[in-house]
Every structure is written in C-alpha cells, then in structure tokens.
Write a protein that binds this ligand. Sequence first.
Ligand SMILES: [Zn+2]
Length: 109
Amino acid sequence: MDAEQLGRRSAKHRLKGKAKQQFGGKCAYCGARSQSLTLDHIVARSQGGLDVRSNLVAVCQRCNLSKGSRPLWDWWQASACWDEQRALQLAATVLQCQIKARSKQETYD
Ligand SMILES: [Zn+2]
C-alpha cells in the first residue's frame, strides 16, 4: 500500500470517527444509540452527493435502509422518527461543514 492510499484510508477513518462523535454515538436521524452506526450520504451518491464531510452523517442501519436514495427531508418528515430538534441540529451541522469546506477547500475535515 503506498502513502497516498494510506492517507486516504486514515482520512476516511477520521471522517467516520468525527461523524459518530457528533451526535454522541447516536443515530443522527432517529436518535437511537447503536453500536453499528453506518455513514449515510445526506444527498445520495446516485443524486450527485459527494464523499465529503458535509454530506456524511452517522446513522443506524435501519434508518439508512429505510431512507435509501430518497432526499433526506422528504424521507425524514414522512417517517415516524421525524424530530424537529434533531433536524435543526443536523441542518446547522450541514451548513457549518459547507461553509468550512468552502473557506478551506479541504475535503476531509
Ligand atoms: Zn436511526
């Protein structure tokens, strides 16, 4: 494995760790504490979403499967786990990440 591959791998690892910390080890959508959080693309890759920090959140597998590639807010507001407080928190996080990414041009923050 060369240095570049190694760098990419650890960047991904850091990314996952940060995303998990953000909501205290709980699913960003339903708030359930889960040992097996997965990274979800807020905007699905099939919809043009990128592998950047601002587009990734740690969520439980149930939410990830349920959401699929639907637009986040469409899916979430129609789902039983809709929570306005968490939605506001997530929206703020997404915005913050976008602003940071723009000012630093740094993909993996
Ligand atoms: Zn969930």
